[in-house]
Design a protein around this ligand. Structure first.
Ligand SMILES: [Zn+2]
Length: 479
């Protein structure tokens, strides 16, 4: 039996560094983009994810651990036989590589102490760390009162249906506490909830088409509305002085183009409007007032999305631990006589999703429309003063010397899906190594030529090793 010291972790990591790098190179060579559209029996996210999961589980077995496969949604590598479990959670799926790589996305290489390849940092690097953490504790016979469960999902990047299915349908084992290794250090103690839905609203007789946006979680920068019953000259005259819109002829109709500014749905700012759908809707209101055309769908959007903070829908809310509610009109199209508008709401930890839903339904009904396709991801919160968080914070500080405090965020990780899943690392809060050799726009997690600093990765290993020991002890004390 061995007590874990920093020195012991350092020595073990130095001895195993090359082996860990080789392991990660093998993982990154799998092009495991999550493809629910290519689902097959036992492979709900396509053959590539299935092969990646098979490989990770085979490696777990080769290391001498037990493994479990949850119908291809996710899998686990398990070490120990204690009743209480601590989880380590990573994902094996990657975002599509995109065009313009300087390196080969699935033939990873090591350059200047950085690995380059799709998924090396998000999130296969942390997956390999999990496997080696299990090995580290087992090989060194570190006494643990918890079984360690490395949980690996195959659809994190596409909405986390993998672990939703694991929890809700397969009722897979849920550890007492889990570390979600897909974020930044130190501890993320709060994540806003996610409320996705779509409004179906009567467009109005003179709206022929209304198009904008590709995904609900981005602010669209261009919206186009095709309008009947008016000439381009008359429309231009009516819209004199209305900002950020222009009118073009489109056959027998006219087209209104609104120019906004792209951005992430979770981070709107106060001040001038940037959402092209809302800018177009504001112009439609003016046009309707001045010409008598029926453009009522525009009026609904203009009034209900008057701010990106929910004021127009009476759902504005703010709390100290997680900030303001945000709402984004992400994608719009015309379906029959109706406008179909996809929205993305991030609601504060202490907010009430039922109340939000009731108010959105009321607004839709008042416009003779309805609210459809509601999907809710509950917020995450853990008391930043709790013994579990204290254990993690102290391990982080011991290894890095950094005094950063626990933080909150609007984005979502598996913490929203896996009960008691605390997002903790592996990105370093301070002093992280940047891939200086990469040109502008290359080297980031979802970008071209994704990189992983091997030094930072090994630092994360040390933090996790110490944190798991402290967490196990904190759980002993809580019982
Ligand atoms: Zn990720």
């Amino acid at each position: 039996m061995a007590m874990v010291t920093e020195k012991m972790i350092d020595e073990w990591v130095a001895e195993h560094k090359q082996e860990m790098i080789d392991e990660l190179l093998a993982w990154v060579s799998h092009p495991s983009v999550s493809r629910a559209d290519l689902a097959a029996p036992n492979a709900p996210y396509g053959e590539d994810c299935r092969k990646m999961l098979d490989f990770a589980l085979a490696e777990g077995k080769r290391f001498g651990f037990r493994t479990e496969d949850y119908e291809g949604y996710c899998g686990a590598v398990i070490s120990g036989d204690k009743k209480r479990e601590i989880g380590l959670v990573a994902h094996l799926d990657v975002v599509p590589e995109g065009e313009g790589w300087l390196y080969s996305p699935y033939e990873p290489v090591v350059v200047n102490d950085f690995m380059v390849g799709r998924g090396c940092s998000d999130n296969k690097g942390p997956g390999v760390l999990g496997l080696y953490l299990l090995k580290f504790f087992r090989d060194n016979e570190v006494p643990f009162n918890s079984t360690l469960r490395l949980m690996m999902g195959c659809a994190e990047e596409t909405g986390m249906a993998d672990f939703k299915h694991y929890i809700d349908v397969l009722h897979g084992p849920v550890p007492e506490v889990s570390l979600v290794t897909d974020c930044s250090f130190p501890v993320c103690y709060a994540q806003k909830g996610g409320f996705d839905a779509a409004f179906m609203i009567p467009a109005g007789a003179n709206i022929v088409e209304f198009k904008a946006g590709l995904v609900r979680n981005s602010v669209p920068d261009l919206a186009t509305v095709t309008i009947s019953g008016i000439t381009a000259e008359d429309a231009r005259a009516a819209l004199e002085g209305v900002p950020k819109v222009e009118i073009a002829k489109a056959g027998e109709y006219i087209q209104l183009l609104a120019h906004g500014k792209a951005g992430h749905a979770a981070f709107p700012d106060h001040g001038e409007k940037k959402n092209a759908i809302v800018l177009a809707a504001d112009a439609l209101v003016v046009l309707q007032e001045k010409t008598g055309l029926d453009l009522r769908g525009g009026k609904f959007i203009s009034e209900r999305f008057v701010t990106p903070f929910g004021d127009g829908l009476d759902i504005q809310f703010e709390d100290e631990m997680s900030g303001e509610l945000t709402i984004n009109a992400g994608v719009i199209k015309k379906v029959g006589d109706m406008l179909h508008l996809d929205i993305d709401i991030r609601y504060p930890v202490t907010d009430d999703d039922q109340d939000i839903q009731a108010k959105l339904e009321k607004a839709a009904k008042e416009a003779d429309g309805e609210l459809v396709e509601v999907g809710i991801s509950h917020p995450f919160y853990i008391d930043p003063e709790s013994p579990m968080v204290s254990a993690l914070m102290s391990a982080y500080k011991d290894i890095t010397g950094d005094d950063s405090k626990p933080y909150s965020m609007g984005g979502g990780t598996y913490s929203r899906v896996i009960p008691n899943g605390i997002s903790f690392g592996p990105g370093l809060a301070v002093g992280s190594h940047k891939p200086e050799f990469m040109p502008e726009g290359h080297g980031s997690a979802h970008g071209l030529d994704e990189t992983l600093s091997i030094e930072d990765w090994l630092t994360a290993f040390k933090i996790y090793a110490l944190a798991l020991v402290k967490l196990d002890a904190a759980l002993d004390e809580m019982q």
